[in-house]
Design a protein around this ligand. Sequence first.
Ligand code: LLP
Length: 463
Amino acid sequence: MSRSAHPAGPRHADVLTEGHYSAPPADLNSLDPKVWSSTVTRDKGGELTVGGLEVSRLAEEFGTPAYFLDEADFRSRCRAWADAFGRDADVFYAGKAFLSRAVVRWLHEERLNLDVCSGTELATALDAGMPAERIAFHGNNKSEAEIRRAVEAGVGRIVLDSFQEIVRVAHIAQELGKVQKAFIRVTVGVEAHTHEFIATAHEDQKFGIALAGGQAAEAVRRALKLDGLELTGIHSHIGSQIFDMAGFEVSARRVVQLLAEVRDEHGVQLPEIDLGGGLGIAYTSEDDPREPHEIAKALTEIVARECDAAGLRAPRISVEPGRAIVGPTAFTLYEVGTIKPLEGLRTYVSVDGGMSDNIRTALYDAEYSVSLVSRTSDAEPMLVRVVGKHCESGDIVVRDAFLPADLAPGDLIAVPATGAYCRSMASNYNHALRPPVVAVRDGSARVIVRRETEEDLLRLDVG
Ligand code: LLP
C-alpha cells in the first residue's frame, strides 16, 4: 500500500490526542525482550517463533485467536521468585491471573504455593494435586459453602476479610472440629499509583479491614478469642500493576506496626505477614518493572528494619505475585481481518478476537504493544488501532501502535504480555468462543485449555 494511502509516522502521531507513542519505533521488526517471553525470537525467514515453533504453524494447528504460553519462561519466573525470597519466605502465585490444571502442576513442581479466591479456583487447585496446606484462600465475600470446602480440604490459610467472616470461619471450623489457620486482611491506607479499579489499599473500597480507627486491631482482638481460629498473620495487598516500591514499603511498615501493637496488647507475636501481589510488568517498551530479587531485597530489608526498631522477631514473609509471573509468559495471536484507513486519523486494524479475549484495554485503559509476526516488513510504519470484532466502539485491543503500512488481511499479529487477566477475564460477549491456551515448550505445543465450541455454549442454553 502506498504511503499516501496510509500517511504514517510523525504525521499521524501529531493527531494523537491520548496516545503514548510520539514516534514510531526505529525498527518495527525487532522484538523487545522486555515484553516478549524468553524463548520468543524471529527465525531466518522473519517469522516469530516461541519454544522453537513458528507462529504460522501454531495458527494452522490451533487456530486464532489463541493464547500461547511459554512454559519454560513461566517456570523460570517461578524459580526467580522462589530464589529471590529464599527459604524464609513463601511465594504464593495468585491464581486469578490465570489458572489451569497444567499451571497448578508447574507451580507444584517449582515449589510455589497458590492463592485462590473462589471455590472453583480451589477445586481446580485441589484437582490438579496442589497440597491443601500450600493454598491460601481469599475473597471479600466467601460463601459458607466455600469456607466449608476450604476448611474441610485443610487449606493452609484463610485470609479473613471482614468482621462477619472472622466469626463465620471460626464457627465452621469449630463445627468441623478443626482449628483453621487464618490471616486478617488489612487496608493500610496507601494510595497505590495505578488504575482506580485495581488499587485496593485506600480506605474507600470493599477489601479488608482498615488499620485506621483501630478497626484492624479490633479484628485481631476478636479473632484471638475464637477457638476455631489460629491467627497466624496479617495480610495486605495494595493493588496491581504497580511500579513504585514506596507503596509496598509503607504497607510493610504499617503491617509491622500492627504486629507491635498486637504484641503490646496481647503479649503474642503473630509469626507471619503477607504483603500481597501487585508488581507491575512491561506491557510496552516504556515500562520498567522491578526484578523479583530487587523486590525481595526491598521488602525484607524494610520488614527487618521496622521489626528491629519495634523489638519484634522478623516475621515470615509471604508475597502473592500473579501478573509478574504469568503476564509476560504469553502472547495472543490474531489474524488480521478488515483494515480501514481513516485519512488524517489512524488506521483501524480489525482482528478475529477483541474485548472478549482481552477486556483490559476497555476496562483499565491498559496499554499493549503489537507486532506483525508472520513475516517481517520494510514498509513504512503506520499508526494503527487494533480493534476486535465486537459490537462496541470501545472494543479496542491496542489503542495506539505502529504496524507496517503493507499490513494485509490474513497477516498474523501478536500482542505480547497477555498471560495475566486476559483468559481469566475472557467473556462470551457476542457469543464469542473463548480462545484456547496453548503451552509451548522445547519444540512442542499442547493445548492446556481448549477452545470453546458452539456445543459448549449451546449446552448451557437449556431454554
Ligand atoms: N493477592 C491478592 C489478595 C489480590 O487481590 C491480587 C490481585 C493478587 C494477589 C495478585 O496481584 P498481581 O500480582 O497479579 O497484580 N484484573 C486486573 C487485576 C486485578 C487484580 C486483583 N487482585 C487487571 O487485569 O489488571
